[in-house]
Design a protein. Structure first.
Length: 346
């Protein structure tokens, strides 16, 4: 078991496996007539984190799925990170997770069932931490190892948070530092410092439980989580959906420790370039380091939170009371020529 290196069995890693935004738009394009479901409050039109269905009694069901190939070599840790990542989509809607079912693709001829069992043990540990059952699932024999969850959650209709409802003047906050795509790429190349990789794993393994509490705050105007499209990609979705532009103060963006060292060595995953190609025309002011970090595909990233301008102090006090010391890294402005402008970029 100790000799298993899961990342050697897959061509991609974590949310870096995601199809690029521009390609995904083409895949989702349809000429079929749009059917109207009055109780479907959130579908795929707004590129939000999960689907939301109104039950008609003030309660909504949240439904989501997320899965990917190994981002780390250890199977138990892979199961944990994949599960935290999937459950995050419920928290990103301001909701409470109820249960999960597993999605497992496994190359039976290459990796033993004992290794797959450890992946599921990691998932069970995370589900237990989230207070939900791992209630079932489905598995197939596949060429590469794949794991994730389908998660069902619940939210009061008045507490539902979306990614396209931000307001002019809102401050932008992020609950986790970015850069895990660069660190895990360095790991695959044998160039990651142990302390840096340990920090990245800790960040990816942290549940975004704060999202459930954010749903109750009326001054949280929009909410999403940062995953495979990078900070710029998910911020662009907020800007486009809300018809606003964002100014990002790059020195205030939370980054993993020592990330500049990896940027200087030009260590980055392939999806960084695909991400940039998808939204470069919407961004101005990018620099050589900020290009690598802000486009870096995150796996199990933090919550990207829009806070009403007059509630800045209240929110920061609230966040600190829940174990998060946060400060804004940007602000939403009136729509301009670019969706996002990077200030003081390096």
């Amino acid at each position: 078991m100790d000799e298993i290196k899961l990342t050697q069995y897959s061509h991609g890693a974590g949310c870096g496996c995601k199809i690029a935004p521009a390609t995904l738009e083409k895949i989702l394009l349809t000429q079929s007539p749009k059917l109207n479901f009055a109780n479907l409050l959130v579908g795929n039109e707004s590129k939000d984190d999960a689907a939301v269905y109104d039950l008609g009694d003030g309660t909504c069901i949240i439904s989501t799925t997320d899965f990917f190939m190994p981002i780390v070599d250890d199977p138990f840790t892979f199961g944990k990170i994949a599960s935290v990542n999937a459950i995050s989509d419920v928290y990103a809607m301001g909701g409470k997770p109820l249960m999960a079912i597993a999605i497992l693709g496994w190359p039976i001829s290459k990796l033993s069932e004992e290794v797959a069992q450890q992946v599921l043990e990691g998932a069970r540990a995370v589900c237990s931490e989230a207070g939900i059952p791992l209630a079932g699932g489905h598995s197939i024999d596949s060429p590469e190892p794949i794991f994730g969850l389908a998660v069902t959650g619940v939210v009061n209709k008045e507490h539902l948070k979306k990614n396209n409802t931000a307001g002019k003047g809102d401050f932008l906050y992020l609950t986790k530092p970015i850069g895990v795509g660069m660190i895990t790429t360095a790991l695959k190349r044998g160039l990651a410092e142990p302390r840096d990789f340990k920090e990245a794993v800790a960040v990816m393994s942290l549940l975004n439980k704060l999202g459930q509490e954010l749903g109750k705050l009326d001054y949280v105007t929009a909410l999403t989580d940062v995953t495979g499209f990078g900070l710029l990609g998910h911020l662009a979705e907020i800007c486009e959906g809300s018809n606003l532009s964002a100014e990002v103060d790059y020195p205030k963006v939370p980054l993993l420790n020592n990330i500049s060292n990896y940027a200087a060595q030009m260590i980055y995953p392939d999806n960084t370039m695909r991400n940039w190609n998808s939204y470069q025309q919407k961004v101005s002011g990018i620099g050589s380091e900020s290009f690598l970090t802000l486009c870096d595909p995150q796996t199990s990233g933090g919550l990207l939170i829009c806070i009403r301008e007059d509630a800045k102090d209240n929110f920061e006090n609230f966040a600190q009371s829940h174990g998060h010391k946060l400060s804004p890294f940007g602000q939403l402005k009136e729509k301009s020529d670019y969706w996002i402008t990077i200030m003081q970029a390096i």
